[in-house]
Design a protein around this ligand. Structure first.
Ligand code: HEM
Length: 498
C-alpha cells in the first residue's frame, strides 16, 4: 500500500501544474454558468447526498434550482456541465466529434470493459459496424417467437397472483427479460424464470450500486484510493458472478456452434437466410480474422446482457404501473388489442406488433416519465460552442433526459400521463431532441427497435390475459442505479379477464 501511495504522490506532483492550468481554463470559461459553489477538493459532491435514492432526488433538485437549460457542478477534480435544452442536446449529441463517454463511465470498466456502451474512437466504430447488422429488422422479426415463448412462461408465473393481493412485479419481469436477451442475442437459454433466485440479477444490482456510490465520493474516483476501499471488495464479489455467467454463455454458444457447423449464421445481400444471434456475429467476425479477442467478445456480451435486460425490465414495469393507475388508457390499449386479435388466443406476429400504434404511444409516454437511463453523458475532447459560450475540452457533459422530459415548455403539465402526446400529429411540432429515452445521434441506443418490439410483445400478452390494477397512487420512490429503479418494488394486482 505504501508503495502505491508513494507512486500516487509522485505522479500527482508531476502532473499537478499541468492540471492546474487546465482546471483554471475550465473554471474561467464556464464561470458565467450557474451552479452550486464548490468546496475545496470535494467540489459539490455533498450536494448529491448518500445512496442512489438521494442521488436521484438531488440531481432533479439541482436541475430545478439552477435552471432548466444548462448549469455546472464540480465533483472533486472533474467539471460537469448539465444540459437539458433540446437545442443544446442536439449540438452535443448530433455531431460526430466528442463521442467519448464521461469520466463516470470508467467505473463501469471493471465490469463491461470497453464494450459498445463504454468504448470510444476506432474500437467503438469497428464494433458498432460489426454489431449493427445483428439488429437489422429482418433479424428482429425472428425474435418475436422467442418473446412469445418466454412470455408464456411469464404468464404462467403470474397466474399464481391472479385475483390475489398486490405483489412486486419487478422481479418477474427482470427474469423474463434476462431469458429473452440470452436466447435472442446469445442463442443460449439460461432459464432464469425457472430458477428464480438469479445470482446474476442480484450481482447486477450490487454492481450498479457500487458504481453510483463511487460517483458520490470523489476520493474514490482514483483507482489508487478505491483499491483499498470496502466498495472494491464488494465489487470483486459481484464481478466474479457477472463474469462467470457471461463466460458460461460464451462457452455454451461456442460448444453449440461446434456441434452444429451447419447452422451457419450469415446475413446475405437480400436479407437474412438464417437466424443470426448477436454473439454469432461476433464469433464469426473473430473467425473471419477481424481480430476480435476473447476479451473483447466477453466485454460485448457483458454489455448486451446488462443493457439488454435491465433497461427493458425497468421500462416494462413502470409502464404496467402507469397502466394500472390509468384504467381509461388501459381500456384503450385493450380495445386496440381486440381489434388486432379479435377473440383469438393466438401468439403475436411481427405484423401484429406493428399494428399496436396506441400501445407504442403508451410506452413512449411511460419512457418520457421514467426513461430507463435517466442521465448519461460525454467527456469533450474538443471545445464546443453553445450559443455564445465555449464549453472547454475535458468537461463532462451530462444529458438530462429525465429532466428535459419534465420541462413544462416542451410537455405542458409534465407530470400528467398522457400517451396522446405521442400521436403522430402531436410529435410533428416538437423538437426532434425532445424525446431522448433512447439517446440520439451516432451513439444512440443500438437496441431501441428490439426494445420496442419486446415491450409491445410483453405488455400486450399481459393485458390480453389480465387486467392490471395499481392499488396505490402515492408518488413512487426512485433511485438512480445506472438505470432508474423503484427500490421498494412496483406493486400491482392482476385480475384474470373473463
Ligand atoms: C427500454 C429499453 C432501452 C432503453 C430506454 C435504452 C436506452 C439507451 C440509452 C439512453 C443509451 C445511451 C447511453 C449513453 O449514451 O451512455 C443506450 C445505449 C445503448 N444501448 Fe440501449 N436502451 C434500451 C434497450 C437496449 C437493448 C434491448 C439493448 C441490446 C439488445 C441495448 C443496447 C445498448 C447499447 C449497446 C448501447 C451503447 C450504444 C453505443 O454507444 O454505440 N439497449 N441505450
Amino acid at each position: 500500500m505504501l508503495l502505491s501511495l508513494a507512486w500516487f504522490a509522485l505522479g500527482t506532483l508531476l502532473v499537478l501544474p499541468f492540471y492546474l492550468l487546465l482546471w483554471s481554463r475550465r473554471a474561467r470559461l464556464t464561470r458565467k454558468l450557474p451552479g452550486p459553489t464548490p468546496l475545496p477538493f470535494l467540489g459539490s459532491a455533498l450536494e448529491l447526498g448518500r445512496g442512489p435514492v438521494e442521488m436521484m432526488t438531488n440531481t432533479v433538485r439541482l436541475w430545478r434550482q439552477y435552471g432548466s437549460n444548462i448549469y455546472k457542478m464540480w465533483l472533486g477534480p472533474e467539471l460537469f456541465v448539465f444540459v437539458s435544452n433540446p437545442n443544446h442536446l442536439e449540438a452535443f449529441m448530433g455531431c460526430h466529434i466528442n463521442l467519448k463517454k464521461s469520466v463516470l463511465y470508467k467505473f463501469l470498466f471493471p465490469w463491461l470493459g470497453e464494450g459498445l456502451l463504454t468504448s470510444s474512437g476506432k474500437k467503438w466504430k469497428r464494433h458498432r459496424k460489426i454489431i449493427t447488422p445483428a439488429f437489422h429488422f429482418k433479424i428482429l422479426e425472428q425474435f418475436v417467437e422467442t418473446f412469445c415463448h418466454n412470455s408464456e412462461i411469464l404468464l404462467r408465473k403470474l397466474e399464481a397472483h391472479g385475483n390475489g393481493p398486490a405483489f412486486n412485479i419487478y422481479d418477474y419481469i427482470t427474469l423474463y427479460a434476462l431469458d429473452v436477451i440470452c436466447e435472442t442475442t446469445f442463442g443460449v437459454s439460461v432459464h432464469a424464470q425457472e430458477n428464480h433466485q438469479s445470482q446474476y440479477v442480484a450481482a447486477v444490482k450490487g454492481m450498479a450500486r457500487v458504481i453510483m456510490e463511487r460517483t458520490q465520493y470523489p476520493w474514490l474516483f482514483f483507482d489508487v484510493t478505491f483499491r483499498w476501499s470496502e466498495l472494491r471488495r464488494k465489487q470483486e464479489q459481484y464481478l466474479k458472478i457477472l463474469h462467470s455467467t457471461t463466460n458460461e454463455v460464451i462457452q455454451a454458444r461456442k460448444h453449440y456452434r461446434l456441434l452444429n457447423p451447419d447452422s451457419s449464421f450469415s446475413v446475405d445481400d437480400t436479407g437474412v437466410k438464417h437466424k443470426v444471434a448477436f454473439l454469432d456475429a461476433l464469433l464469426t467476425a473473430q473467425n473471419d480474422g477481424e481480430k476480435l479477442t476473447d476479451e473483447e467478445i466477453r466485454e460485448e456480451v457483458d454489455t448486451f446482457m446488462f443493457e439488454g435486460h435491465d433497461t427493458i425490465s425497468s421500462a416494462i414495469t413502470f409502464c404496467l404501473r402507469l397502466l394500472g393507475l390509468h384504467p381509461n388508457v388501459q381500456d384503450r390499449v385493450y380495445n386496440e388489442l381486440v381489434g388486432v386479435f379479435g377473440n383469438s388466443k393466438r401468439k403475436s406476429t411481427y405484423r401484429d406488433l406493428q399494428d399496436m400504434k396506441y400501445l407504442e404511444c403508451v410506452i413512449k409516454e411511460s419512457l418520457r416519465l421514467f426513461p430507463s437511463v435517466p442521465f448519461y453523458g460525454r467527456r469533450l475532447e474538443q471545445d464546443m460552442k453553445i450559443d455564445e459560450l465555449v464549453i472547454p475540452s475535458g468537461t463532462n457533459v451530462g444529458f438530462m433526459a429525465y429532466c428535459m422530459h419534465r420541462n413544462p415548455d416542451i410537455y405542458p403539465h409534465p407530470e400528467k400521463f398522457d400517451p396522446d402526446r405521442f400521436l403522430p400529429e402531436k410529435v410533428q411540432g416538437r423538437h426532434p431532441y425532445a424525446f431522448l429515452a433512447f439517446s440520439a445521434g451516432p451513439r444512440n441506443c443500438i437496441g431501441q427497435k428490439f426494445a420496442m418490439l419486446q415491450m409491445k410483445a410483453t405488455i400486450s400478452d399481459i393485458l390480453r390475459r389480465f387486467k392490471v390494477i395499481t392499488p396505490s397512487n402515492v408518488v413512487i420512490e426512485l433511485s438512480w442505479e445506472v438505470v432508474i429503479r423503484a427500490p421498494k418494488g412496483v406493486f400491482v394486482k392482476i385480475e384474470e379477464r373473463s
